[in-house]
Design a protein around this ligand. Structure first.
Ligand code: F6R
Length: 612
């Protein structure tokens, strides 16, 4: 959601914070701000992107070796200069940056107004910093203690960092349900929402746990305590990230880089897990829970957005291979229903960021009901990865583009490996078939490379349809979730209205939308319901829509009907989503760039949705 970066050390803080903000900008980009302490506590903030903040600061004197900075995705209070973070306390002695939502801020705000506090912004965050200052004054306690007491009064989610004019050698941070990581360097400390801005500075990191406070003092070791005042020993981990993963590497956008990374990211998801020669699949992270999965009465997959689409593909794979009934739930719906869950159920939570608030809440609910919870996450050490009983990382590498691409194919790869493991243990797959799928799966990275060669053709097609106002994506079976994902990619980065539908369902309503203006994208590969999809294509053609079809190489029958065919290599039906998604990602990318949209940072979106 929002991005937090803070520094305390011997170097000038400003360049470190500014670079950190650029790294974190994918998390939120409607306003940004910075506070640097150098006798005076100076706060500068503005609506807009980090570059606008940098431009705004240009020439202003921001010297100092301690500071905090923030890039925002607005929840409470519209994105403007005043609502941007950091927020001062009443006396301007303190400043805070915050990611999350203080749910009871309304009540707290009323009380504080009653006690004479004046609010400058409409944010929940300002309430918290006034509350902390109020406690400090009223109770006559140290700042750390005031923060601790205040956090005990707060309901909601927070990752915060506080800086104090009266203590130029200290930063205080805390988290609950929003991520925060401490980087430890030589005589310096960093705080950030995720590890990406720390990489140039240190590999030693401490991931704060929920309700923990970090007290960072110049010349002292990192101190951690809980908001219940229990001291904790910091657990220092070595970060495994490299710089090239965070840079565009010659591509114009992160999204394009990440689309083209998929041969490698899929391979990395399988690395050390798939062994075709030995005919084995080993997902180390779930070994102890394999039997739970084998005996599961039911699997429930919870996720949001693109990860939810991966779960839908997973449903088909699990039911085909492992013969376990699967339900796929939007985490946001699941958490507020009264789902029937028991100890024989296994919940699989899927999340690229590992921080999505709804998915996290679904996990908590499942835990209360006694279900086993397996995670599939991309971000190592993320909240969801830590909250689940066991899990497998996707190892797709950092996904910076806000629209998810390589995480989707990596999630499907893990779901395949998981289903194969269970199927083999359960005996729901023959040895021959198992080996066939393994062999084909190993070929997939190469076939993705082959698929990526359609890029120029897709660009040509994108140019023809870039001015469309609507688009319809249709597929059946394994290709239905692909259609949903294709439509989501188009709408989120190009702002063209797009819908994904099961191809046969179209005639129950959406067919009314079809006219000669409407591009209809069919995923019409040669297995499963291919013959039926041909009929659906005929139905659309009769209504004069423009048809773009993703087909298996050498297909001739769809070509007779479609205006454009984009070929992908032949593969197993259940592996088709790994290939068919690629041209759809490219189509959205090219249409969006041709329309002048910011594909890496689409409007109103943020990379990890840590609020409801
Ligand atoms: C779409 C997209 C979002 C995410 C969704 C879940 O391109 O990125 O729909 O898929 O917000 O995020 P994670 O997977 O981080 O839980």
């Amino acid at each position: 959601m929002c991005g937090i970066i803070a520094y305390l050390g011997e170097k000038p803080a400003y360049p470190i914070l500014m670079k950190g903000l650029y790294r974190l900008e994918y998390r939120g980009y409607d306003s940004a701000g910075i506070a640097i302490l150098n006798k005076e506590l100076t706060v500068i903030k503005t609506r807009g992107k980090v570059s606008e903040l940098e431009h705004f600061i240009n020439g202003k004197n921001l010297h100092g070796t301690i500071g905090i900075a923030h890039t925002r995705w607005a929840t409470h209070g519209e994105p403007n200069d005043v609502n941007a973070h950091p927020h001062y306390s009443q006396s301007k002695n303190l400043a805070i940056i915050h990611n999350g939502i203080i749910e009871n801020y309304g009540t707290l705000r009323k009380e504080l107004i009653h006690r004479g506090y004046e609010f400058r912004s409409n944010t929940d965050t300002e309430t918290l910093i006034h509350l902390i200052e109020d406690i400090q004054i009223k109770e006559g306690v140290e700042l750390v203690e005031a923060v601790r007491i205040a956090l005990n009064q707060v309901i909601g989610a927070y990752a915060i960092v506080i800086i104090s004019k009266n203590d130029p050698d200290m930063l205080i941070a805390a988290r609950k349900s929003s991520p925060l990581v401490v980087g430890i360097g030589e005589g310096e400390f960093f705080l950030a929402s995720d590890a990406t801005p720390l990489i140039e500075h240190t590999k030693d990191v401490v991931y704060l746990e929920d309700e923990e406070l970090a007290i960072i003092r110049r010349g002292h070791e990192l101190k951690i305590k809980t908001i219940k005042n229990k001291e904790k020993t910091p657990y220092i981990q070595k970060m495994e990230l490299n710089l090239s993963a965070l840079e565009k590497g010659g591509y114009e956008h992160f999204m394009l880089k990440e689309i083209f990374e998929q041969p490698r990211s899929i391979k990395d998801s399988m690395r050390g897990r798939l062994n075709v020669k030995k005919g084995t699949v080993k997902l180390g992270g779930i070994t102890e829970y394999e039997q739970k999965l084998v005996n599961a009465r039911r699997v429930i997959m919870v996720a949001c957005g693109t990860s939810w689409h991966a779960a839908l593909v997973g449903e088909y794979i699990f039911e085909d291979l492992a013969r376990i009934p699967v339900e796929v739930e939007y985490a946001s719906e699941f958490r507020y229903r009264h789902p029937i869950l028991n100890e024989d159920d296994v919940v699989i939570a899927i999340s690229q960021s590992g921080e999505t608030a709804d998915t996290m809440a679904a996990i908590e609910l499942a835990r209360d009901k006694g279900a086993t919870i397996i995670g599939i996450c991309n971000v190592v050490g993320s909240s969801i990865a830590r909250a689940t009983d066991a899990g497998s990382y996707t190892h797709a590498g950092p996904e910076i583009g806000v629209a998810s691409t390589k995480a989707f194919t990596a999630q499907i790869t893990i779901l395949l490996l998981m289903a194969l493991t269970i199927a083999e243990k359960k005996g729901t797959i023959s040895r021959l078939r198992y080996q066939e799928i393994l062999t084909e799966l190993e070929q997939i990275p190469e076939k993705v490379t082959e698929t990526l060669k359609v890029n120029d053709q897709v660009k040509f097609i994108a140019n023809l349809y870039k001015d469309s106002r609507n688009a319809l994506y249709l597929g059946r079976g394994y290709n239905f979730p692909v259609a949903l994902e294709g439509a989501l990619k188009l709408k989120e980065i190009s702002y063209i209205h797009a819908e994904g539908y099961p191809a046969a369902e179209m005639k129950h309503g959406p067919i009314a939308l079809i006219d000669e203006e409407m591009p209809v994208i069919f995923i019409a590969t040669n297995k499963g319901t291919y013959e039926k999809v041909l009929i659906n294509i005929e139905e659309v053609k009769t209504r004069k829509a423009k048809i773009i079809a993703i087909v298996t190489e050498h297909d001739e029958r769809v070509a007779e009907l479609a205006d454009h065919v984009i070929e992908i290599p032949e593969t197993e039906e259940m592996l088709v989503p790994l290939l068919a998604t690629i041209p759809l990602q490219l189509l959205s990318y090219h249409i969006a760039t041709m329309r002048g949209c910011n594909v890496d940072q689409p409007r109103n979106l943020a990379k990890s949705v840590t609020v409801e």
